[in-house]
Design a protein around this ligand. Sequence first.
Ligand SMILES: Nc1ncnc2c1ncn2[C@@H]1O[C@H](COP(=O)(O)OP(=O)(O)OP(=O)(O)O)[C@@H](O)[C@H]1O
Ligand SMILES: [Mg+2]
Length: 103
Amino acid sequence: MRVAVVGKGGSGKTTTSAVIARTLARRGLRVVALDCDTNPNLGISLGLGDEETERLAAMRDELDAGDAEHAPSWDELIDRFGSDGPDGVRLAVVSRIQNPEPG
Ligand SMILES: Nc1ncnc2c1ncn2[C@@H]1O[C@H](COP(=O)(O)OP(=O)(O)OP(=O)(O)O)[C@@H](O)[C@H]1O
Ligand SMILES: [Mg+2]
């Protein structure tokens, strides 16, 4: 199952995403949350804490600045640009996906 949360600024995207992700993870599903926001702060709502959320945001900045290499595969993306939250949600920051494979 894939869930995308989109909407106007301040409409509750981050809060809604975190509630969905944490609820599904607590029920035992494997959940990967992708934060595509240019200012990625989903980590706060997922419970990763300020420091870890800022670490992920800094990695996203490095990608945007061209100072870091994009991950060539899905597995490497969630490994290198991800972190685990307290409910078992794996969060990864994403800037763009090139040549996505079906699924
Ligand atoms: N269902 C809700 N009921 C009341 N307040 C809410 C609800 N969902 C979110 N909020 C509040 O609304 C504000 C904006 O929420 P949130 O940050 O999730 O929105 P966003 O769409 O991600 O914003 P942005 O576009 O800035 O990223 C926050 O203060 C949040 O606590
Ligand atoms: Mg948001």
